[in-house]
Structure formats: structure tokens, C-alpha cells
Design a protein around this ligand. Sequence first.
Ligand SMILES: [Zn+2]
Length: 265
Amino acid sequence: MGAVRYADVVRELNELAETGWKVTELATADGYSILALTDPLRGRGGGDPLPQLLIAAGIHGEEPAGVLGLVQWLKEHAPRWVGRLHMDVAPCLNPWGFERGVRYARNGEDLNRQFDSPRHPAVQAFVRWIAGRRFDLFMDLHEDSDFEAMYLYELLDPWPGHGVRTLGRRILDRAAVKVPLSDGDDVGDLKTSFGLIAGPLARREAAAFVERPVAIEVFAHHAAHVVTVETPGRAELDLRIRLQVDALETAAEHLANQSEAATVP
Ligand SMILES: [Zn+2]
């Protein structure tokens, strides 16, 4: 894999800023600027009740397709969703790791295990940024470097039960045309089922989760629906980027249509 440069990501984000997206520096950490983006309408203080989409990527540095797919989606697809969704985006939470292809931050810590007790400035800044806010959907973009097949985690409260065609299932159905889905593989102490790792999790259990990842933190306090995409790190980078773009596009469609259907009298 060729080297990825955070400066290229920042340049793309600055181009978005020229089209009205608001780019904010959340913190400086490990010698890099941690940035957040807000869509142009939101940036102007639009107060209409559009669905709120939160997206984060790049907390694990060795998972580049999350960041690169998100940047591509922001350039090519997100403009179409302005005015239908409010979008808040943290495109790369660990630039130090991203440039080096390293999972951890400079101090060797896994930033996605400290949301119950934020110590790293990037984690602290992200927590401050979303404090007191609610979102309708959180998309958390990752890769699994050990896998040739794709999977994802989905948290949804209330849990609709197996058999319901959730957003997570829609993302996997779309991905299955391009890549195998993981089925029956162990991921920690969980197991994939046709690509999906999902099931009921009480918000109060989530809020008590030790060494909490961002997905569990946001589910506990900020969003009733969270999808953590895990593209297969052993596949070609271009394919993984396409899978991330597809996942985001499916999520945006789902969120916008859900809300538009709900407003029909
Ligand atoms: Zn990860």
C-alpha cells in the first residue's frame, strides 16, 4: 500500500470549506490538527428538524479506507444530502497513526478504548464536541486488518429483533455484490452472522462499559442507532474505499427516507 498523507486529507477538507462546509479544529494532538466538519446549512445555524447524522473515522491508524472513503463520499455524494440531513463529521481522529499505518496514538494507546475515561486530547476533544447533543445515526468507520470478508456491528434501541431488514443488513446486502461477508467468524467474544454482529444492548449497560469504544459511548449517551463498519483490510484498498462510500450512501438514504416517510400526513 502506498503511503497515505494526512496533508492530502486536510487539503480535501479545505476544498470542502470553500463550498460552505464549516471546518473546525477540535484539538491538536501528537503534532497534528484534529478537524471536524459541519455541513453548510448547519454551519449557518439552520434550525429545522432535519435528521442528524454523525460520522467518525480514523481512530485506528491502520484502517485507512475509513478516512479515504469518507473523504471521497464527502466530495462526491454529501453535497446532495445538504438540506436533507444535518452532517457532523470527524474525518480522522488519529492522524499520527493514519500517516504511519499504526493502530495506536503516539503514546501507544488504543484511542478506541478510553471513552469511559478520556485521556488523549483527540478523545477529550471529540467528547466535548458532541457533549449534550443527540444524533439519529452514528456511522463509525473501521477496517479489520485480519479479514478478507466484510462485517459490521449494529446497535439499535429498541432492538427490532432478528429478521428485520435494518440499515446494517442493507449495507451488507449492497457490499455482498463486491466482497464476501464474514459468517460464523469470531471477533473477540462475538460472532458474525452473514456479516452482522448485532443484538440487544441496554443503554445503561453501554453506559457502564469499561474501556468503552466510541460506538458504545455514542450509543449510551447520544444516539439510539450506531453502525460500526469493518471493511476487510486484506482486500485491495480501492475496493475497501468503495465499500465505505457505499455504506455511507446507504446510511444517508436510509436516514433521509425514514424521516421523509415519517412526515407524510
Ligand atoms: Zn478499528
